[in-house]
Design a binder for this molecule. Sequence first.
Ligand code: ATP
Ligand code: MG
Length: 384
Amino acid sequence: MKVLLLRFGELYLKGNNRKIFEGILVKNIEEALNGENFIFKKTFGRYVISNYEENNENILVDKLMKVFGLYSLSRAVEVNADIDEIKNEINKINCLNKSFKIFVKRADKSFPICSMELAKLLGEVVLKNNEGSIVDLYNPEKEIYIDIRLNKKAYVFSEIIKCQGGLPLGSSGQGLLLLSGGIDSPVSGYLIGKRGLKIDALHFHSYPYTSIEAKEKVVELAKKLRSYVGKFKLYVVSFTKVQEAIHMNCSSEYMITIMRRIMMRIAEKICLKNGLGAIITGESLGQVASQTMQSIMVTNNVLDKIPIFRPCIAMDKEDIIKIAESINTFKTSILPYEDCCTVFLPKNPVIRPTIEKAKKEESFLNIEILIQECLDSMEVINID
Ligand code: ATP
Ligand code: MG
C-alpha cells in the first residue's frame, strides 16, 4: 500500500510536554489536509498517512511540507514486516546501471534479522535483478531505505523530503504580527510561526494618503502567509489621524520614533484584549534609522506587559529575501504601493533618539484620544 511516512523534529526534546506537542501537531496536520480523504495512523516515532487518492499525492505532500513541526517525509510503500514481503518490494526497484546503497533501520528489534544482514541480503536482490548495478556506500546514485517499525510494518522508500522543522504552530502560544506591505514582516510572521507561535496580524494604513491597493496588497500577503500559519485575524487600523497630529505638532526628526511608539501602544492594547502574548515585527538591526539600537530601546520603552519579538533582527536583507521567495511573499511585497510609514517620511529621521526627547514630543499630543480613535476605526478581516 502506498503511504506517506512522516517524521517529526524537535518534539523528542520536550520530555513530559511531548504528548501536548504531539496533540497539537496531529491537529495541525489534520487541519492542513482538511478536505482530503485519508487515514492517519500513529506509530512510535512516525505518522503514516494512507488511503488517499493517488492523483492527489502531490497536493498532500505540498501541504504537509508547510506544517511546522514536521521534519521530513517520504513517499513509501507499506508492507508487513516480513522478509518475503520486503523482498517482493525490493524486486520492483529499477536500478539498472546505477550505484546504490541500502539503508535499513530496525526500530522493532524483534525482527529476526539485524540491520546489517538485511541490507546485505536485499543488496544481493538488487544486484541480481539489475544489470550494471553496483553497491556504493559513499556516493550512491540511488538510495533505498527500509524502515521496520514497531507496528510490525516495514516501509520501503527512496527519498527523504525535508519539511519545515520547528515546533507545531500554537505550541508556543499566540502573538500579534505587525504586518506592513514590505518584505520583512511576512518573513517574521513565518519565522515566529515556525517556533510554534500562532499569530494574528495588525496593519496600519493611512487612507487616503495610501491607496486601497496598498491595503489589498496586505490582505494578499496575509493570504500567502496563511498556508504556513493557518487561519488568522487581520486587524486593520487607520493611522491617518495619528500621522497628521504628529506631523502638525512634533519635531519632524522624531516623527517615525513617535509613530512607532504609538503603533506599539495600540498593538499592546489589542494583545491584552485578545489574549495575545507577544508583538512581532520585521525589524532588522541598522536597516533604517528606526531600527538602530537606540531607536529600538525608545520604542520598547512604551511597553511593560508584552515583549516584542524581532525574528529578522540579525539577518541581512539578502537572506530575508531568500525566505520571502521561498514562502512566495516576495513578489507581492515588492508591488509598488506606499506604506503608511513612507507617507510623511521626514528627510532627517533621528538615528539616536532619547526617551526624554520622545516623551517631550509626545506631550504635544493627546495620545490616549488618538489611540482610542484608532481602535474605534478598527476593521477585522478573517484570513481563512
Ligand atoms: P517591512 O519590509 O516589513 O515593511 P521595513 O524595512 O519597511 O519592513 P519599517 O517600515 O521600519 O521597515 O517597519 C519595521 C516594522 O514595523 C515592519 O517590519 C512591521 O513589522 C512594522 N510596520 C511598519 N509599518 C507598518 C504598518 N503600516 N502596519 C503594520 N506594521 C508596520
Ligand atoms: Mg515597511
